[in-house]
Write a protein that binds this ligand. Structure first.
Ligand code: E4P
Length: 217
């Protein structure tokens, strides 16, 4: 399963890339607004750092506007994946852009029917938001199971990109269900590393080693 980082913060990305575990980046208008700088310059720099798929979302709301903006975003770098929000305009824009060879991530997916429609028009990725579903008392991971099953039935090449992840269990469950990608905020990626027994174990190994050195010395 591929791991993307869900941030537009260059410092966070620079810290994670050397670990070798990051396959791509997802951004959205909220994340780009948070970092403040020129969004297109930030996206270009992210592409240089990661050299994997980097999702950049359109903010136009009609099909023609989304297609125009999508083309502009795709021209920033070959790693850009144009993100369009689900809806009739987004689906139609995905259809046009995908036919031109632009990779599209259809975002704000909250139902299997939405994912199916996005796959039918050639989306490279669909982004179901598991955390936001959990927030309203609907199990987000049930949606991932259903989408994975549907895509397998018809051998869609569209990748299931699990978004709005809130903790390690979203990532583990996504891997068990066969999702293609999980995108995680940096703090969720940090949490994937942690286990108290690893810390205790290392402390003990080092203490035993230090004791043995005293005996030798
Ligand atoms: C990524 O593509 C999504 O925009 C992001 O995961 C949404 O996460 P949130 O629900 O925590 O805002």
């Amino acid at each position: 399963m591929k791991l993307f980082v869900d941030t537009a913060d260059l410092g966070e990305i620079e810290a994670l890339v050397p670990l070798g575990i990051i396959d791509g980046v997802t951004t959205n208008p909220s994340l780009l607004a948070k970092v403040g700088n020129d969004p297109r310059g930030v996206l270009k720099r992210i592409c240089e750092l990661v050299k994997g798929p980097v999702s950049a979302e359109v903010v136009e709301t009609d099909c023609d506007g989304m297609v125009r903006e999508g083309r502009e975003l795709a021209a920033i770098d070959s790693h850009i994946v144009v993100k369009v929000p689900f809806g009739k305009a987004g689906v139609q824009a995905c259809h046009v852009l995908a036919n031109e060879g632009v990779r599209v991530n259809v975002t704000l997916i909250f139902s299997a029917s939405q994912a199916l429609l996005a796959a039918k028009v050639g989306a490279a990725f669909v982004s179901p938001f598991v955390g936001r579903l959990d927030d309203i008392g609907t199990p987000g991971m049930d949606l991932i199971r259903t989408i994975v099953e549907i895509f397998e039935n018809f051998e869609f090449s569209t990748e299931v990109l699990v978004a709005s992840t809130r903790g390690p269990m979203h990532i583990i469950e996504s891997a068990r269900l066969g999702a293609d990608v999980c995108t995680c905020p940096p703090k969720v990626i940090d949490a994937l590393f942690n286990h108290p027994l690893t810390d205790i174990g290392l402390e003990r190994f080092l203490a035993d080693w230090a004791k043995a050195q005293q005996v030798v010395g």
